[in-house]
Structures are given as structure tokens and as C-alpha cells.
Write a protein that binds this ligand. Structure first.
Ligand code: NAG
Ligand code: NAG
Ligand code: NAG
Ligand code: NAG
Ligand code: NAG
Length: 438
């Protein structure tokens, strides 16, 4: 009872919670090296365990915040917002996590049915800037040819040999990260042998080192390109934060969406290890492993008694299959740069991160300055846009009507050309989407 009261007091001024989580356990992508769970499922899809992990994460979140009214007793569209990358496993993770938010859902048989917004992958700068932002992608590519990379490869020869001996096919810099994932997934299904545990540890350390080098964020432009838009999400419309109307979302984030005009209390972003890793790196967290499946980064927005807003940031390190384990026992509190302690006034954060953060109104600036010119997103030449067919319907038209139509056609084509210019890349094929991030 006493504990409960303490928690309630702590949360008295909680305004909103933003959860950015990695998808749960998935099947393999590409050729299996060593282990794949649920072989019968499609590649890269969420496994049943992956669904369970997110269902349980959702339940633990609800319990953790139960002393507040942040989730509400039942789903309300003005309270809860969910967004996912446009990839099956993250969408499935979002569905699963949202099902854990309420004891009695809003759907038939008490199921939970909550809309999930998504964005075409080529325009998802919030959750997938790692691959979509040209400057970021080029920096990562350049890293693969750098002396640091060669050094990393040299230093990990023994790890590759040890791993090769275990799995029976050559393990090197190109597939060590995949083996790391596969061992992570296997450990969730069956206990690893001693040798497997050893290899899992060294392969995890090697992959984590590699990522730390690749996500080297001492270049402000790189950091902005990678994280700028998602940092902007922390400031999305909320009465507790007055941003002089700078918090209006850009249209581009809305075209599939429930309008982002409400003061959401809970916002779920379903994404990837890369998304979380980049943020942790920006936060200067001492990262010991690549974010595990169903791990999460959490942003709490509180207000002081006088109404002054402040952030608290947490990293949910471990997911678990135990719904009764308190979430707090797996949460590590983070202190962002610029803040004296973990309780970081919004104005302090905003000032300290002014060069890293993009608000939605600045999408064009972001694209032009930090992600390269949007014109450079040329469609894949192998993809041909098959528009509607023009039928032969002119036989009965009078000359006048044809002239009017011709004039209208020219106007329309001019517009189409403009739209094409500004939206190049929209027709890029999506089939390779699941290969670009984990
Ligand atoms: C739905 O929840 C209500 C309230 O807890 C309960 O009475 C009812 O039996 C549940 N229905 C189903 C189909 O589980
Ligand atoms: C890694 O090994 C694979 C075969 O397993 C090979 O195709 C690839 O070229 C190797 N890459 C490097 C960088 O050695
Ligand atoms: C990190 O980036 C800085 C500046 O961009 C560069 O000087 C440094 O060599 C990089 N470090 C690594 C390990 O790539
Ligand atoms: C996560 O789990 C590992 C191993 O089970 C444990 O050592 C570690 O302390 C846990 N971390 C947190 C923050 O609970
Ligand atoms: C942001 O960049 C400007 C221009 O380089 C610099 O003057 C300012 O100190 C930077 N702000 C922070 C908080 O680092």
C-alpha cells in the first residue's frame, strides 16, 4: 500500500509517455546461418514468441502506469497513437503490444483494435533514417571502407574463427551480425550450450563494437540526419509544451494517418534495433549490446506543480516472458547531455539539443540540409510505374471538346511532372525492405 502511494505521488503529473520499441523475435532473413525459429513462417515475420513478448511488454507498461490515468480504462483515439515502420514484424509487434494495453479491448470478444499509422519506407525519416537519409546512408557506407573498419576486422579474427568452428560455415564481417541475431533468437527458445554461450557473447561484443564505430556520431550533420526527426517527436503537440505552433506536424507524416492534432498520452513507435541504438548512442549511453528484441526507449513528459514541463528518459533493457515482473526492474534511467540530472526540463533539453532536433515543420530543411537533395532519390530503374491505361474514346468527340481536353491534359501533365519531381522515389520497390534493418 505504501509503495503504491509513493508511485502514485511520483506519477501525479505525468502528461505523456512515448514508447519506442524494437520488434520481437522474428524468423530469419536471407539464408539461415545457424538457427531460425518457426521455420514455417515467412522470412522476417514475427514469431509467436515475438508476439508474446510484445503482448507482455504492453501488459507490463499498463501495470507500470496503472497509478496514473495515462492509458485510460479503455481505448480512446484521442489518447493513444501508434506508428510503425512499414514492415510486417514491426506492424505485428505494434498489434501485439497494443493488445496488452487494456484488459478489455474495444473490439469483439474484448479484443483490442487500435489503428497503427505507417509511412512508405522511402519517406520514413522518423523511424528509418538510418537507411533513408542519403547522407546517413553514405556515411555508414563510407565507414565500411575506412581504416577503423579494417582494424575492427583484424581485431576480431579469433571471434570469426571460433564462430566458424561452431556453425560450420565461414563467419566473417559480412554475416557476424546475422549470427548474433540468430543466437539471440535461439537462446529465447532453448538453453544454449556452454560453447554456444561463449560464441554468443563474443559475437555480440564484436557486433556491438562494429555498430558503435558505424554509428560514430561526432559529426553533427550525421547525428541530425539520423535522429533529428525522431527527437522532434518528443515535442509533438502537447498542451504541456508550448512551441508557438511549431508543433504542427508536416502533411507528409499524415497522409495515411489519423490526424495528429490530439494531445496523445501514449505514443507507440514500433521500430528496429538500429533506431534505438542510434538514440542510445546520441544519449552517450554505455552500450553493452545491440538492443534486444522487445527492448524499448521510453520518454516520459511530466509537469511540475507550477506547470513547467520536464522529460525523463528510460531504456527498457530486458524483455521477459513474465508478465508479472515489474517493468521498473528492467528500466534504466538515462540522463541526456545538457541536463544536470535525469529530470530534464523541456527547455533545457530543447536548448542543449537544438542542433540535433528537427520539428516537423522543418522536414524540407532536414531533407535539403542533412539528407541530401530529395531530387537524388531517383526511382529504381527496374521498376516501371504502370499508371492507368488511356482507352480509345475519342470517336464521338467534337473538335472543340478535343481542344478543351488537350488544354486540360497539358495542365494536368505539368502538375504530374511537378509531383513526380517532388516525390521521386515513391515508386521504388519495397521488396528489399526487410533486408535494410533488423
Ligand atoms: C468481456 O469483458 C467483460 C468485462 O470484464 C466480461 O464480463 C465479458 O465476459 C468479457 N467477454 C468475453 C467474450 O471475454
Ligand atoms: C564472408 O564469407 C562469405 C561466405 O560465407 C563470402 O561470400 C564473403 O565474400 C566473405 N566476406 C568477406 C568480407 O570476407
Ligand atoms: C568519428 O567521426 C569523427 C568526425 O566525423 C572522425 O574524426 C572520427 O575519425 C570518427 N571515428 C571513427 C571511429 O570512425
Ligand atoms: C537484464 O538481464 C540480465 C541477464 O538476465 C541482467 O544481468 C541485467 O541486470 C538485466 N538488466 C536490467 C536493467 O534489469
Ligand atoms: C548549435 O550550433 C551553433 C552554430 O554552430 C552554435 O553556435 C551553438 O552553440 C550550438 N548549440 C549547442 C547547444 O551546441
Amino acid at each position: 500500500m505504501f509503495l503504491h502511494l509513493v508511485v502514485a505521488a511520483n506519477f501525479a503529473e505525468l502528461v505523456s509517455v512515448t514508447i519506442l520499441s524494437r520488434h520481437g523475435q522474428r524468423t530469419q532473413m536471407g539464408e539461415t546461418i545457424y538457427y531460425t525459429p518457426d521455420k514455417d513462417l515467412m522470412q522476417g515475420h514475427l514469431t509467436k514468441l515475438g508476439m508474446k513478448q510484445h503482448l507482455i511488454l504492453g501488459q507490463r507498461l499498463r501495470k507500470h502506469y496503472s497509478a496514473t490515468n495515462i492509458f485510460g480504462d479503455s481505448y480512446s483515439p484521442s489518447r493513444i497513437y501508434a506508428r510503425s515502420t512499414n514492415i510486417p514484424r514491426t506492424l505485428q509487434s505494434a498489434v501485439s503490444q497494443l493488445s496488452g494495453y487494456f484488459e478489455n479491448g474495444n473490439g469483439p470478444d474484448n479484443s483490442t483494435t487500435i489503428p497503427i499509422q505507417t509511412e512508405v519506407n522511402d519517406e520514413d525519416y522518423i523511424l528509418q533514417a538510418y537507411v533513408k537519409c542519403e547522407y546517413v546512408a553514405k556515411s555508414v557506407q563510407a565507414f565500411r571502407g575506412s581504416p577503423q573498419y579494417v582494424k575492427w576486422e583484424e581485431e576480431h579474427k579469433a571471434v570469426f574463427e571460433q564462430a566458424t568452428a561452431l556453425v560450420g560455415i565461414p563467419i566473417n564481417s559480412t554475416n557476424v551480425e546475422q549470427l548474433n541475431s540468430e543466437l539471440e533468437f535461439k537462446a529465447l527458445d532453448v538453453p544454449l550450450t556452454d560453447i554456444e554461450q561463449q560464441v554468443a557473447k563474443s559475437v555480440s561484443d564484436a557486433s556491438t563494437d562494429l555498430w558503435k564505430l558505424a554509428f560514430n556520431i561526432s559529426d553533427p550533420r550525421y547525428e541530425r540526419g539520423l535522429n533529428g526527426m525522431i527527437f522532434g517527436e518528443f515535442f509533438r503537440s502537447n498542451p504541456a509544451i508550448d512551441l508557438q505552433n511549431h508543433n504542427k506536424p508536416h502533411q507528409r507524416t499524415l497522409h495515411t494517418s489519423q490526424a495528429y492534432e490530439n494531445s496523445y498520452n501514449v505514443r507507440l513507435y514500433s521500430a528496429h534495433d538500429t533506431t534505438i541504438f542510434a538514440i542510445l548512442h546520441s544519449f552517450k549511453v554505455d552500450i553493452t549490446h545491440i538492443p534486444k528484441v522487445a527492448s524499448a526507449f521510453i520518454v516520459e513528459l511530466h509537469t511540475e506543480k507550477d506547470g513547467a514541463p520536464y522529460f525523463e528518459f528510460y531504456y527498457v533493457v530486458n524483455s521477459t516472458q513474465d508478465a508479472s515482473r515489474p517493468l521498473a526492474s528492467d528500466m534504466t534511467q538515462l540522463t541526456p547531455k545538457g541536463c544536470d540530472n535525469a529530470k530534464c526540463p523541456v527547455s533545457t533539453f530543447q536548448k542543449a539539443w537544438e542542433n540535433q532536433t528537427y520539428l516537423h515543420t522543418n522536414l524540407h530543411t532536414y531533407l535539403a540540409n542533412d539528407c541530401g537533395n530529395t531530387q537524388s532519390y531517383v526511382p529504381d530503374p527496374t521498376v516501371i510505374y504502370k499508371g492507368g491505361k488511356t482507352g480509345v474514346v475519342f470517336g464521338f468527340l467534337t473538335v472543340t471538346a478535343m481542344l478543351v481536353i488537350a488544354a486540360m491534359w497539358m495542365i494536368v501533365m505539368t502538375c504530374v511532372e511537378k509531383v513526380k519531381k517532388s516525390k521521386q522515389g515513391t515508386y521504388q520497390k519495397l521488396s528489399d525492405q526487410s533486408e535494410t534493418s533488423d
